[in-house]
Write a protein that binds this ligand. Sequence first.
Ligand SMILES: NC(=O)c1ccc[n+]([C@@H]2O[C@H](COP(=O)([O-])OP(=O)(O)OC[C@H]3O[C@@H](n4cnc5c(N)ncnc54)[C@H](O)[C@@H]3O)[C@@H](O)[C@H]2O)c1
Ligand SMILES: [Zn+2]
Ligand SMILES: [Zn+2]
Length: 477
Amino acid sequence: MILGSLYMRHYAHHTLAYIYNCRQKHSGNHRHPFFFLFNMQAAANAVQNRMGLVPTATTAEYKHVEGGATMRALAWFGSGDVRMVDAPIPDITEPNDVIVKVTGTTICGSDLHLYHGEIMALQKGDILGHEFMGTVHKLGSNVSNLKEGQRVVASFQVACGNCDYCKQKLSSFCDRTNNSSLQNYMYGQRDAGFFGYSHFTGGFPGGQAEYVRVPFGNVNLLPIPDDVPDERALYLSDVLPTSYHAVVDTGVNKGDVVGIWGLGPIGLCAAKWALLKGASRVIGIDAVSARLSFASEKMGLEVIDFSKHSDVTKAVYDLVPRGLDVAIDCGSFHEPKTILHKVQKAAMLETDHPETINEMIVSVRKMGRCGLIAAYAGFANNVNVGALMEKGVRLIGNGQAPVHKYWEEILNDYIIPGKFDPTFMISHRVPLEDMDKLYRAFDKRVDGVEKVFVETQFSSPHSAGCPKTSRVDDWAA
Ligand SMILES: NC(=O)c1ccc[n+]([C@@H]2O[C@H](COP(=O)([O-])OP(=O)(O)OC[C@H]3O[C@@H](n4cnc5c(N)ncnc54)[C@H](O)[C@@H]3O)[C@@H](O)[C@H]2O)c1
Ligand SMILES: [Zn+2]
Ligand SMILES: [Zn+2]
């Protein structure tokens, strides 16, 4: 312990100089995990300030409406500390903007990484939320494809619509909307800017709010037909395209036996997509009993409870002696199971644990495919690189999902014809005012919470067959 803290203090003192030197050397070999050995948020922000921001095609700061009217929104204040606040209502700031009046928002496993302070460059007061829909409230002068009052869903990414990536609808990889020099330094390139997801992804205020400014509203908003209710449309923002991308990008083929690590909303949807793409069997791995029983009883998955099977790979081979064809990581990098990685993570010797990656590499057959859709952020130690290489495993970083590539296909070919009904995963509906409490409840995964529909004062009543409004205090006491 003492050694650990001396070690950390040593690096805390030298961090800025160290990072700055690394940047000057500008070589891939210098992206070192010691980068993180200190108060990550403060240091990340300091480094970002020092490096300066990358110029982008839009700005994250928004103009406030005249008269100073405010809205309710959920803001980040520190690890485990999110609060409902009054924030200025955004106004059109650039001619490509659309202001959306939010009728549906939600919480995501990715928000838990922010809640735990695992993503860099968060700042006190940042409005979170990257999944939202609503009606068009105001249109910038350049936006001609939408009308006031029209129902729309936003992509979690802010894409420009014009760069080489955007031209291929790879919207999450847009080159022109994320000003984070820190991400550019760490990854060599930058993702798109994301709504409500820290200054590592551009610092755009998010959708756990009553109004949102959507830059490049002509490309980042998908019109929703009147007969598709909000509960079926909202998840086009992220969960549906993300899980679909994980399955398509990792290459699930007819007859494949697929393992899914993590049975949150992303994992459950990935399992459904895998079956729709012809998988012969899907094995789901998790330890949350409500999620395991939902997956086995309601969806027909074979399940492994990792709280009962310390050797998950053995449990997989007991079920599938040949090994899995495909494994998809839909879990979370912030919950290591073993002492080895609990210690390494606590000592900040790694930011992300490799346990799921290793289990997947070992559980797939030779030349099997492993996809990472779970949102990793930094460095993991002890990866079983031998098994990866010797077995010819294809380890695929799926990336942040390019929502624009898939959202029309999912809406038109799956949601409207009823082939994929996203309401199966909605466990609760709560008012925006409960958002801070929802973070705590969703983090603890109480009362079978899965995907939640969060309503605002502008929402329609719940639609038939979907959960009615409840208060978080009533089910998460
Ligand atoms: N790449 C993208 O575009 C994208 C988009 C959205 C979400 N995500 C990521 O997908 C992941 C899942 O999101 P979600 O909303 O379903 O999150 P969630 O937190 O609701 O679910 C994660 C599940 O993983 C399980 N889990 C944790 N450690 C595990 C382990 N070692 N083995 C098996 N299961 C384990 C948890 O018990 C939990 O049920 C998150 O990491 C999220 O950040 C990525
Ligand atoms: Zn999300
Ligand atoms: Zn772009």
